[in-house]
Design a protein around this ligand. Structure first.
Ligand SMILES: Nc1ncnc2c1ncn2[C@@H]1O[C@H](COP(=O)(O)OP(=O)(O)OP(=O)(O)O)[C@@H](O)[C@H]1O
Length: 469
């Protein structure tokens, strides 16, 4: 039996000749394949084979969650980015990515960042999960920011469970985390990189903002009603958003009021310069990639692109203005008023929940009437020149005094001289001594009054000269 087994084994030379023939056949076959079948089709066949075999043998399933989808920030990516650092604290890794960017408080505890390529483990209802953040160079030549995406891997049989329950769970967790953030962010839009965030450290609150008390209280009540109004807005079929138009001369506290609202509501700010937005489609993409519970701020609306009056002014500045303007408009369609209105109260206004929209302008009269119609911006707030009440509040804040002999004459001067709160605060910082500072303020206001009078008499003189000619 043993001898017959050995006699059936082919000799070494025959094995060698079979191997040589097979090799020759393979080389011949590959050469024919290379010559007959084009490279692209070959790659396709190979990839199909490898896909089939790897999916057949692989028991894992991987979700790919890209940061951007169709130019809009993927909210699942955003939720994962917020949620995953909470897992990092307890992880037994060799290294951790930590960062601290709170300039207000250098002693603040550093936060955990998500390291690229590191595996982060989670468990959901007993299902083990593995997250990895990946980053690669962006192929889009207009985007210098790397392309980032998460891989979330689980066993194949849990795919549907993860899809239906786990993603909802991390979305809810991220909302919860963002509601209790210690630091607010201010995001500014960059045409190449998208929204860029930094910690918002403006100290203005409603306590430090000098405004007519009645106006301030009305505004605070309005904000309170808005933040508690989810069910109300739903019941009346309106998007949960509120629009404020802040108008008034420069230096009257419009930006400061936005900061006070952000600090009061604990909302981050998205500060958008409309000039950096190419057209309505881009505006839609930008605005849909902002978070809930935030303030969308468009400052200096009268000079910000979507307003016809500002374009007319620019047209007048150039020599051959009209033609140049026409050509520019054709090449670069810019944001239209209707595109902007669509976000204020059109169909797109409901794409983000609990959203405050703030427009500021120094020239309300220059705005397109369409923006001012009822229902567009819910509340119009005039931030005006200093009044005696506003001045008293500023004096209390800057000098720590409630009364002074000079309060009455200074108060009377505000009826004749227009001074902005910004000008007054500058004067109030001259000295800590109230007598010195208030005397200086009286001189400042008298100087303003005199220059106003001499301006007035110059105008009268010119008018008189004109009528003589
Ligand atoms: N109502 C106010 N209460 C307290 N401080 C104020 C007020 N208004 C202005 N200030 C002071 O003046 C500075 C400039 O004001 P702010 O930038 O808020 O004015 P603005 O109306 O937004 O001006 P612009 O129209 O030029 O943007 C503030 O940083 C603040 O110190």
């Amino acid at each position: 039996m043993a001898s017959s087994f050995f006699t059936q084994i082919p000799s070494l030379s025959s094995i060698f000749s079979i191997y040589t023939s097979l090799s020759a056949f393979t080389i011949l076959f590959r050469t024919i394949l290379h010559e007959i079948i084009p490279e692209k089709i070959r790659d396709f066949i190979v990839s199909r084979f490898s896909d089939y075999f790897s999916s057949y043998f692989n028991t894992n399933f991987t979700f790919i969650i890209q940061e951007q989808c169709d130019y809009v920030t993927n909210q699942t990516f955003r939720a994962a980015e917020t949620y995953l650092p909470t897992l990092l604290a307890g992880m037994s890794t060799g290294s951790l990515l930590v960062h601290s960017s709170n300039l207000n408080n250098p002693l603040a505890k550093p936060k955990f960042g998500i390291p690229v390529k590191a595996k982060i483990f989670d468990e959901f209802e007993g299902i083990p999960l593995e997250w990895t953040l990946l980053s690669e160079r962006n192929e889009n030549p207009h985007q210098s920011r790397p392309k980032r995406y998460f891989h979330l891997t689980c066993k194949k049989e849990f795919r549907d469970k993860i899809m239906s329950d786990y993603f909802t769970y991390i979305a809810k967790s991220s909302v919860e985390i963002l509601t209790h953030v210690e630091n607010l962010n201010i995001h500014t839009y960059h045409p190449e990189w998208g929204w860029e965030s930094t910690i918002f450290q403006h100290h203005t609150t409603f306590e430090t903002l000098a405004m007519e008390p009645e106006l301030k209280n009305t505004l605070i009540r309005d904000l309170d009603a808005f933040s508690k109004g989810k069910d109300f807005f739903k019941s009346v079929g309106r998007a949960w958003k509120r629009g404020y138009l802040l108008y008034g001369p420069p230096g009257t506290g419009k930006s400061s009021l936005v900061a006070a609202i952000a600090n009061y509501m604990n909302y981050s700010i998205y500060d958008l310069q409309l000039q950096s937005v190419k057209n309505d489609a881009m505006l839609r993409q930008i605005l849909t990639s902002t978070d809930n519970r935030s303030i969308l701020l468009i400052e200096d609306l009268d000079c910000n692109g979507a307003d016809a009056s500002c374009r007319d002014e620019k047209k007048d500045e150039g020599g051959d203005g009209e033609n140049q303007n026409k050509k520019k408009k054709e090449k670069d369609p810019k944001v239209t008023l209707s595109g902007l209105l669509n976000f204020v109260d059109g169909l797109w206004s409901s794409c983000v929940e609990e959203r405050i929209i703030v427009f500021t302008t120094n020239h309300k009269e220059k705005l397109d009437p369409a923006l001012l119609r009822p229902g567009r911006m819910d509340v119009h707030i005039l931030m005006d020149y200093c009044t005696p009440v506003v001045f008293k509040k500023l004096a209390a804040l800057y000098l720590g005094i409630e009364e002074h002999d000079l309060f009455e004459p200074i108060g009377k001067m505000f009826l004749e001289v227009k001074a902005t709160p910004a000008e007054i605060t500058e004067q109030l910082m001259v000295s800590k001594n109230p007598d010195v500072t208030l005397k200086g303020l009286v001189e400042f206001l008298e100087g303003k009054k005199m220059s106003k009078e001499s301006e007035g008499s110059e105008i009268k003189e010119t008018e008189a000269r004109c009528s003589l000619m």
